[in-house]
Design a protein around this ligand. Structure first.
Ligand SMILES: Nc1ncnc2c1ncn2[C@@H]1O[C@H](COP(=O)(O)OP(=O)(O)OP(=O)(O)O)[C@@H](O)[C@H]1O
Ligand SMILES: NC(=O)c1ccc[n+]([C@@H]2O[C@H](COP(=O)(O)O)[C@@H](O)[C@H]2O)c1
Length: 180
């Protein structure tokens, strides 16, 4: 029987920690469903990239790292208002799965209450490899590139991602020239 796992994350953006965790989960399961969470969000400092841009990042990074497309599914999932219905919402959009991998307590709780086996995967170099740290370095002209697979850097350059996040972080300038 095919053993399938599920990993959910906003992937804003997809970084080397995500890549490592995907490689290690694929040693345990035959196929991995990767849900891109909060798919409706983009163009904010916490969630700068669209679901489509995040699909590009994952597709290119997994291909660059020799992970065959037959081993995974990439599925964008929008948030819904009711946490109690969210597992059903995920199940509606994904192939059937046996196990869930997440470090997020709410995600862990909702799936375990629905009867799923939930594992918190180990975090790799969490001080560096987190979306929050990547976005912070983008805003501060720091070295964000070394935190990402090369193909993700290319996608961010193609879409002018750093310019976008810096523009979004600017304070609005009023008609009188003052900063509000
Ligand atoms: N450094 C890491 N090593 C291993 N797994 C990670 C790492 N960072 C994130 N993950 C895994 O990816 C899942 C989804 O992560 P998410 O997209 O929220 O990334 P994040 O880096 O925590 O983002 P943010 O800082 O923007 O909240 C987490 O629940 C965790 O299991
Ligand atoms: N009610 C809901 O829509 C609901 C509930 C739990 C998690 N989620 C989503 O799952 C994802 C979890 O990923 P993170 O671990 O990256 O926070 C997020 O996109 C979060 O918004 C959504």
């Amino acid at each position: 029987m095919t053993m399938r796992g599920l990993l959910v994350g906003r992937m804003q953006p997809f970084h080397r920690g995500h890549l490592q965790v995907i490689k290690s989960i694929l040693e345990e399961v035959d196929e991995l469903i990767i849900c891109i969470g909060s798919a409706q969000l983009s163009h904010s400092i916490r969630d700068p990239f669209t679901a489509g841009e995040r699909v590009m990042m994952l597709t290119k990074a997994l291909s660059e790292n020799g992970i065959p497309a037959s081993r995974y599914y990439i599925i964008p999932v929008q948030d819904i208002e009711c946490n109690a219905l969210w597992v059903g919402h995920i199940k509606m959009l994904t192939p059937p799965f046996d196990r869930v991998y997440s470090g997020n307590p709410l995600v862990q709780r909702l799936f375990s209450e629905d009867g799923y086996e939930v594992t918190a995967p180990p975090l790799f170099y969490r001080d560096r490899y987190s979306g929050t740290e990547v976005r912070r370095r983008m805003l501060d002209d720091g070295d964000w590139r070394s935190l990402l697979p090369e193909s993700v850097v290319e996608v961010i350059d193609e879409i002018n991602g750093v310019e976008r996040i810096k523009h979004l972080a600017k304070k609005e300038v009023s008609e009188l020239g003052g900063i509000s």
